[in-house]
Design a protein around this ligand. Structure first.
Ligand SMILES: [Zn+2]
Length: 226
């Protein structure tokens, strides 16, 4: 079984066009020519991924090929080595690519507990192991979704309070911890002409928080003055 090209794209932090996420043809920003990252091309997504045949093609620079070539270009590793890597793994599930640290962080966010012995589980009961991987992958994606929103919260807070540097550093620290890119993602979201709905919700919560702070400061002043 070939690795899923859309999962590969997401693991490598590519910006996916949300409206195409569950279609056969998923569109994203091309990491090879970056043409669609130009400021006047916010709505363009030149790279198209086909998760049925696991192939890709950029409609601007013409870069194309199968999923192994895709990984090889993204990771700057020889395609032959990539093929071998996957052959060795035998069964491939994106959740199996999460490292110890990432699994630990996920456990923490779910309220603690220790990571099971995955290898033993796999040897004992393959079906159960696969179900557990599915569960892990779902939880991980929800976790990352939340992290992205949190990072977007910090970005807006930084912009609105003129402490941009401080909060960007905050985001950088967090992406180092979870080993998933956040900053580039939230900056792209911020620069979109038409942002997804969740960004509005985050913005409202930032505004609400800032208003509350302002009001309590005014109250304090009033108390001092009176
Ligand atoms: Zn391209």
């Amino acid at each position: 079984m070939l690795p899923n090209i859309v999962d590969i794209a997401e693991q490598h932090g590519l910006i996916v066009d949300a409206s195409s996420r569950f279609r056969k043809e998923v569109k994203c920003k091309c990491p090879f020519c970056h043409e669609d990252s130009k400021p006047n091309k916010q709505r363009k997504y030149y790279l198209s991924l086909n998760s049925k045949d696991q192939v890709f093609k950029c409609w601007f620079c013409g870069e194309k090929g199968g999923v192994f070539r895709f990984i090889s270009l993204l990771e700057h590793v020889d395609e032959k080595d990539i093929v071998q890597r996957y052959r060795k793994r035998n069964i491939i599930h994106p959740a199996e690519q999460l490292n110890r640290n990432q699994r630990h962080l996920l456990r923490q966010s779910l309220g603690g507990g220790s990571d099971p012995d995955w290898r033993r589980m796999r040897e004992r009961d393959m079906a159960y192991y696969k179900r557990s991987l599915e569960w892990l992958w779902r939880e991980w994606n929800a976790f990352i979704e939340h992290e992205k929103q949190q990072a977007y919260f910090w970005l807006l807070l930084g912009i609105k309070t003129w402490k941009y540097e401080k909060y960007v550093e905050h985001i950088r620290q967090r992406e180092k911890q979870i080993e998933v890119p956040l900053l580039q993602y939230v900056c792209t979201m911020y620069s979109l002409a038409e942002r997804p709905t969740w960004t509005n919700e985050v913005e409202e919560s930032v505004d609400r928080m800032l208003t509350e702070i302002q009001m309590s400061e005014m109250n304090e002043l009033r108390l001092k003055g009176g």
